[in-house]
Design a protein around this ligand. Sequence first.
Ligand code: KG4
Ligand code: ZN
Length: 341
Amino acid sequence: MSSANDIYILAIESSCDDTAAAVLHNDRVLSNVVSNQEIHRAYGGVVPELASRAHQQNIVPVVHQALQQANIDKKHLNAIAFTQGPGLMGSLLVGASFAKSLSLGLHIPLITVHHMQAHILAHFIDDPQQKKPEFPFIALTISGGHTQIVLVNSYFDMKVLGETIDDAVGEAFDKSAKMLGLEYPGGPLIDRLAQLGNPNAYNFPKPKVDPLNFSFSGLKTAILYFIESEQKKDPEFLSKELNNVCASIQKTIVEYIMEKLNNAVIQTGINRIAIGGGVSANSGIRKALNQAQKSLGWTTYIPNFKYCTDNAAMIGIVGYFKYINGEQSDYRVVAKSKMTF
Ligand code: KG4
Ligand code: ZN
């Protein structure tokens, strides 16, 4: 039996194209299973209808595996946490319905989790290799689905300071990669080729919006026109210059992100920066953040990569904090494709 200091949470994440389940013992992760949906690769992006169907197929085996790896019997769970939103509606519905049924079947509380809050609170998963951010701090979440700068005053007091007004950073990487003929998701490929090229070879514009907001649609158009015009002059342009083009695109995006972070630091007077989301794997961003630690005195926090990309352990840590706060949900709760903090 578990005591008040001995909480077991099963967490489920299904907001986009990863079906994920995790079991946490308090703030410690016992298992963290993610089933990536390979089917979208052939389409060059996530196809919502196919994502929902794949979640439907994956959810039972993924939950089963998470329980098995954690070596926990269902009857020892204290609560079920699941992603309520934001995300793709069809995908969220699979996780929400499954979580409700399991919670009802096991007679244990159901806890809703905000996906973006979870990306931020992933920094508080017990991990001996990572230090936890001190409040208040600034969180930057950058992935294929989101780009936000958030002021985090405490676990549940968060304020969005800025966000993208069009594409997410990961989308900017992926769409640029597609124009360069690279496979989806192209972000990691651009990163790899960028390291072989000259970042100053070409100049791309940085869209001008509010100091803490982002816009990437102008950059996308600029890259498209640039490639078209260069290929008219030399049909072999891309094969000759691919590394330099990748390096120049990456440099533009990284500089843009760093400018926005710098604006946030100046505006808030807070120089503790915690990043999350799949794009935090980018070598250019990591290098720039390390540089800022040295030259600007920032303290930066990057969680283990498995807790940066979409995962259920981050849903579980929020579930744990809510559970010890006595926050649980009733069965009328619905999935939401859009959610504010
Ligand atoms: O967090 P994530 O796994 O899923 C969501 O989108 O929510 O992030 C995936 C995104 C994709 O757009 C992918 O291209 C990008 O993260 N990404 C990268 C790198 N690794 C992943 N972008 C740039 N450089 C990377 N090394
Ligand atoms: Zn995410």
